[in-house]
Design a protein around this ligand. Structure first.
Ligand code: GLC
Length: 749
């Protein structure tokens, strides 16, 4: 079929499936007389009730049916005319009632641009990756980062930001771990919740995603994550629960995968029972792009909006929904509830009262925000003999690999923010999705040179290990940059690609004063670890990543990142040593048995099995040292409060992250010996001390009873440990807790 004919067909299809245009609305009903719903003194619930009562059926149907916003892969993905080009999604407004359109942009590190076949990319500020922000263990930074990217979304004309990725890192090889908050429900929930709150402080909606148990990218559209209710509630669901309680996201995005053989966007358990009934969630559920599989089944299971219908096999919430309403397979009540949830979130998050208008962006100010986040995310994993920070006396410094002369790596897929100033390296990686491989033009080498004017720097691109080793010999310090690109829609290997292990091995053999800087989306194996003096995990460091890395290496910034994810010694230590599925068969209906580990995700699995990790959850060194003392635990009523003193016992100012772990004495009855119960990032001058107090959420002391639908704390003795990581635990105290039952609706207040 000729392209023109195809286009004609697509247009015809759009007309039949697309809902009436604004002109049709005008005929349907006269402009609303008084828009009582515009009274901002009313609650979002009241305003939603008022406006839905005025809507025609077609107007309600307009709200629940989304379009793509990009012209990639013409004509398959044909955007709606009023969409923002290169964006993720668009839902028309209802001018008659003053309902603004919903302009949707990805995603968690900034305003992302879908790969365009023609239009120029939007160039925007990129935060470091989500897992990097989690590695700061600093919710204030997460909030500020969210506030910054949300303001760029608003200034770019978007009022919905598809951020808030919080899926737990059940598998360290998950290609999208870089977008999320790591392996622990408390850390991930707190950090991603803070970012969502920051985004929504701009009077726009943020999503939280991908609901739920989207734990791998291999066969992501079909894999079934199989897990018992209680294990899900104590792990992946708890991360969502903490984040939702803290940030009240306007929308939840249901995931591609199946859970216990039911598609997430058709799961009554996920959407109606857990989210809307148990937790009382009042916002709306949108599908992921291509995650809608039916009309009545999805709608009745709790799906409120079909996103980007051209990604689905049919326009399920277009004409088929109208037909389902006519034949009663979807009730009018359900459609009214869908429209109400969507407009309620739009009222609650300022979309009516603060319509988005495109405006200027202060990129210089935003660069400071992303750099501060990156600086606190960098984790000093190893530092023998104080090899770092770079000695003032170092005169001959060799820098090798990973295009570190021109930029820093970012993760791939729908979250890709295209760099201000263009890509530092062109033509890398897949031409199509999830490529291209993007390096932000922030050069670690140039930033190091600027900070060490007395030193001579030599750069080697690292493509030839022997040449690199030759260049390294005799240097005062060698810095090898190694990277592992991770991207949506594929999982990745723990082994560094492109012969980088051999490169590091050869360089370290030539010069033991070698520091390795990793740019990865998560854990990697390090066969060369004993041979190198220092290792730094810089993640994907964002728009100003080169500056951030240089400031840590030179000691201008004392590293304070802590691992949000366990680095294993081998894939054999994992619950599933081989990832289930085969990505060369996209329709493969594969099962992933999450009941193997249940709620024991990450360090909990390693503790349960007694495995020794390469680097533990919570680990991270400093250029200073810190001491903990005066550990006390107090139970008042139902609340466990843990207090202690932190002292900077070193010679350098720095930040530290003391961590509190809790568990039943003897470890019985839980999925693992202990859980992270609390943490606090502190900033201390040399010799200074501070008193810290953390309260442990009772759900972290409980197990979930699926039959009774309650959180149950068993009476007895519990151990409270204080440490610098999940495996570096020092002082302990015991507390006795009384039996306690909390309803499933308990929300931490
Ligand atoms: C993608 C992702 C989702 C993203 C959406 C829009 O495939 O799964 O995270 O927000 O589609 O691009």
């Amino acid at each position: 079929m000729k392209r023109q004919q195809m286009r004609g067909l697509v247009m015809a299809l759009m007309l039949t499936t697309a809902l009436p245009t604004a002109a049709a609305h005008a005929q349907a009903a006269a402009p609303a007389a008084s828009k009582a719903w515009m009274n901002a003194k009313l609650s979002a619930d009241q305003r939603a009730d008022l406006i839905v009562a005025q809507m025609t059926q077609d107007e309600k149907l307009t709200l629940v049916f989304g379009y793509f916003g990009s012209n990639q892969d013409k004509p398959k993905f044909t955007p709606h005319a009023e969409a923002r080009m290169g964006s993720a999604g668009y839902i028309p407004g209802i001018p008659r009632l003053g309902v603004p359109p919903q302009w949707e942009t990805d995603a968690g590190v900034g305003v992302a641009t879908q790969r365009e076949s023609s239009d120029p990319y939007l160039e925007r500020t990129s935060l470091p990756s989500g897992i990097a922000t989690a590695a700061t263990w600093n919710p204030d930074l997460a909030f500020k980062g969210g506030a910054m990217i949300g303001s760029e979304a608003r200034s770019s004309g978007f009022n919905v930001m598809l951020a808030g990725g919080v899926n737990l890192a059940r598998d360290p090889r998950n290609g999208r771990n870089f977008e999320y908050g790591g392996e622990d429900p408390l850390l991930a929930g707190v950090m991603v919740g803070a970012q969502i709150k920051g985004i929504q402080s701009n009077n726009i909606i943020s999503t939280i995603k991908h609901w739920a148990l989207n734990g791998q990218e291999t066969n992501r559209m079909t894999v079934s994550s199989n897990i018992a209710d209680a294990a899900a509630r104590q792990s992946d669901f708890l991360a969502f629960e903490f984040a939702i309680e803290q940030s009240n996201p306007g929308s939840v995005m249901c995931a591609y995968n199946r859970i216990n053989s039911v598609y997430a966007c058709e799961s009554d358990w996920l959407m109606n029972e857990v989210l809307k009934k148990d937790w009382g969630y009042k916002g709306y559920v949108m599908s992921d792009w291509g995650a809608t599989h039916s009309t009545a089944k999805a709608a009745n299971a709790g799906l409120d909006q079909e996103s980007a219908y051209t990604f689905d096999k049919q326009p399920f919430f277009g004409a088929p929904l109208k037909a389902a309403l006519a034949d009663g397979s979807v009730s009018q009540t359900r459609l009214d509830d869908m429209a109400r949830r969507i407009t309620r979130s739009m009222f609650a998050h300022g979309l009516f009262d603060h319509p988005v208008v495109k405006g200027p962006i202060d990129f210089a100010a935003h660069a400071k925000v992303t750099q501060a986040d990156a600086e606190e995310s960098i984790v000093l994993l190893k530092n023998d003999g104080g090899l770092l920070p770079i000695a003032r006396t170092a005169r001959k410094i060799v820098v090798i690999g990973s295009h570190s002369d021109v930029g820093v790596l970012s993760g791939g897929g729908s979250s890709q923010v295209f760099p201000i100033g263009g890509m530092a390296v062109k033509g890398l990686g897949p031409k199509g999705f999830p490529g291209p491989i993007v390096f932000h033009p922030s050069s670690p080498l140039k930033a190091l040179q600027a900070r060490n004017p007395g030193a001579t720097f030599t750069y080697n691109d690292g493509t030839d290990p022997a040449a690199a080793a030759k260049a390294a010999a005799g240097a005062d310090l060698v810095i090898v940059f190694a990277h592992q690109w991770a991207a949506e829609s594929e999982d990745y290997s723990l082994t560094l690609a492109n012969n980088q292990d051999a490169l590091i091995d050869a360089v370290a053999a030539a010069n033991s004063r070698t520091a390795v800087v990793l740019q990865t989306g998560g854990p990697v194996l390090m066969p060369w670890l004993p041979k190198v003096g220092a290792v730094v995990e810089a993640w994907y460091a964002g728009t100003n990543g080169g500056e951030a890395i240089a400031r840590v290496l030179t000691g201008e910034v004392n590293p304070s990142g802590r691992l949000p994810i366990t680095f294993p010694q081998s894939a054999d230590q994992l619950p599933r040593p081989v990832i289930d599925g085969d990505n060369s068969k996209p329709d493969l209906m594969v099962d992933a048995n999450y009941d193997i580990e249940g709620a024991a995700v990450g360090y909990k699995w390693f503790d349960q099995k007694g495995h020794q990790p390469l680097f533990a959850f919570g680990h991270g060194l400093s250029y200073s040292t810190f001491g903990y003392s005066d550990l006390k635990s107090r139970v008042t009523g139902d609340t466990l409060t843990v207090s202690f003193k932190v002292t900077n016992t070193g010679k350098t100012a720095g930040k530290d992250v003391p961590q509190v772990y809790v568990g039943p004495k003897g470890g019985s009855g839980w999925e693992a010996p202990r859980r992270l119960g609390g943490f606090k990032k502190v900033d201390l001058a040399p010799g200074a001390s501070t008193q810290v107090s953390v309260t442990v959420d009772p759900r972290l002391l409980a197990t979930f009873d699926s039959k009774a639908k309650t959180w149950t704390i068993a009476a007895g003795a519990y151990e409270v440990s204080l440490g610098a990581s999940s495996r570096d635990l020092g002082a302990k105290t015991d507390v006795t807790l009384a039996a306690k039952t909390l309803p499933v609706s308990y929300d931490g207040k």
